[in-house]
Design a protein around this ligand. Structure first.
Ligand code: ADP
Ligand code: ASP
Ligand code: MG
Length: 413
């Protein structure tokens, strides 16, 4: 008998029929002799609707009230699933974040889980009751409701699995697993049988929203095996797990894209110590994360500095940078929010050269100009004009032969 945590995403609980489908799946897993704990998202579109409402009330909503509002979508789905399970004769009980006690810090709208008290859930399981836990929400030590950031119910699922020492965390979504790239923009994308935590972390942080990045961090830290699969059929999905020998020999395993960043360039910055710090300190004080940074070679004692920030922080970042640019003696500020970051990811890159140059060549052959580049041990990212996103993903997918299974080192140049 296994203990299984099942997390269902927004599409899987999008209406009452789909909730019934989830209930049947939960009941079946239980009939097969397993204990099940369920974590749910809100119905698809609901969190967006609540966010819009908050902004209609106030442009810059107070984040405590914002979280109190946007966490409510999950309260609806957990109660509906518990009711549906009961109607099928399966004892079930819904739990909100504060009822389980999913303790978080107080960083409203992007809170981090500090601890999960599993006693109540264990008691429910012992009585044969299926606990249905609201994803995405927690409670801080003052008792305030917090939320974990968009896509955060993946993190609830994996964190519950870690705290309960579950055998597996199944993430049910609207695609059949983790693909070599987003199957909704590249029809040739192939479902992977397994992917390492490190590769999944890179893909998630570079835009593949199939798993939220913190959920993968949790899984890696606590060794939780994640099974990403569809709630609409019984096909096996993708296992996210510790790297094994077979995975190492795969050169490029996936391609991500993100249109969620914007680019800011500070022109004619005096090339002297302390300037970068003066420029980036106000951004860090404002909690704005800077991603890619490039600094040109100095010419005549001046240089240009270009970096990217999340699009949601773009306006704020630009005004902060414009404020400081004059003070540090820069000649101007340029910006562009129509950019896209395309990334190739694979643990095989660690031991193989030529991958980055192949990526550059493939983009050049399509006349796609590369504006910025960054690399790590297992990824290469290029910023390009947003209008080339789909094209870039497709040609790279073709060039690295990702539609074929098990393309090993030999086949690269
Ligand atoms: P849920 O509501 O179930 O949490 P999400 O919309 O958050 O689902 O994530 C699933 C979506 O992730 C898919 O519909 C797909 O468009 C997108 N996606 C992006 N990259 C990938 C990838 N490499 N593999 C699978 N899906 C991906
Ligand atoms: N409902 C939340 C969101 O839309 C959390 C989630 O779906 O994972 O971001
Ligand atoms: Mg999601």
């Amino acid at each position: 008998m296994a203990l299984i945590v099942q997390k269902y995403g927004g599409t899987s609980v999008g209406d009452i029929n789909r909730i019934r489908n989830v209930a049947r799946r939960v009941a079946k897993t239980r009939q097969e002799g397993n204990d099940v704990v369920v974590a749910l998202s809100a119905m698809s579109g609901e969190t967006d609707r609540l966010i819009q409402l908050a902004h209609q009330a106030w442009d810059t909503p107070d984040l405590r009230e914002y979280d109190a509002l946007i966490s409510t979508g999950e309260q609806i789905t957990v109660a509906l699933l518990a009711l549906t399970l009961q109607s099928l004769g399966v004892p079930s009980k819904s739990f909100l974040g504060n009822q389980v006690r999913i303790l978080t810090d107080s960083a409203f709208s992007k809170a981090r889980i500090r601890k999960i008290e599993v006693r109540t859930l264990r008691q429910a399981l012992k009585k044969g009751v299926v606990p249905v836990v609201a994803g995405f929400q927690g409670v801080d030590k003052e008792g305030n409701i917090t939320t974990l950031g968009r896509g955060g119910s993946d993190t609830t699922g994996v964190a519950l699995a870690a705290a309960l020492k579950a055998d597996v965390c199944e993430i049910y979504t609207d695609v059949e697993g983790v693909f070599t790239t987003d199957p909704n923009i590249c029809p040739k994308a192939r479902k992977m049988d397994a992917i390492s935590y490190d590769e999944m972390l890179e893909l998630a942080s570079l835009g593949a929203k199939v798993l939220e990045i913190r959920s993968v961090e949790f899984a890696k830290k606590y060794g939780v095996v994640i099974h990403v699969r569809s709630s609409f059929n019984d096909n096996p999905g993708t296992l996210v797990m510790k790297e094994d020998k077979d995975m190492e020999s795969v050169l490029v395993s996936g391609i991500s894209y993100s249109k969620d960043e914007a680019k800011i360039s500070v022109i004619g910055v005096p090339d002297k110590p302390g300037v970068a710090s003066q420029l980036f300190s106000p951004l860090s004080l404002a909690n704005i994360t800077v991603d890619m940074i490039i600094q040109n070679v100095s010419q005549g004692g001046h240089t240009d500095l270009t970096f990217t920030v999340p699009k949601s922080d773009f306006k704020k970042a630009l005004s902060l940078v414009e404020g400081v640019a004059g003070k540090i003696g820069a000649t101007g500020v340029d910006s562009d929010d129509h950019i896209s970051k395309i990334s190739i990811v694979g643990v095989g890159m660690r031991s193989h050269s030529g991958i980055a140059s192949k990526m550059f060549q493939v983009l050049a052959d399509e006349g796609i100009n590369i504006q910025m580049i960054s690399t790590s041990e297992i990824k290469v990212s290029c910023v390009v004009d947003a209008k080339y996103t789909e094209l870039a993903v497709r040609v790279l997918h073709e060039a690295f032969e990702l539609a074929k299974k098990d393309v090993k080192m030999e086949s690269s140049f």
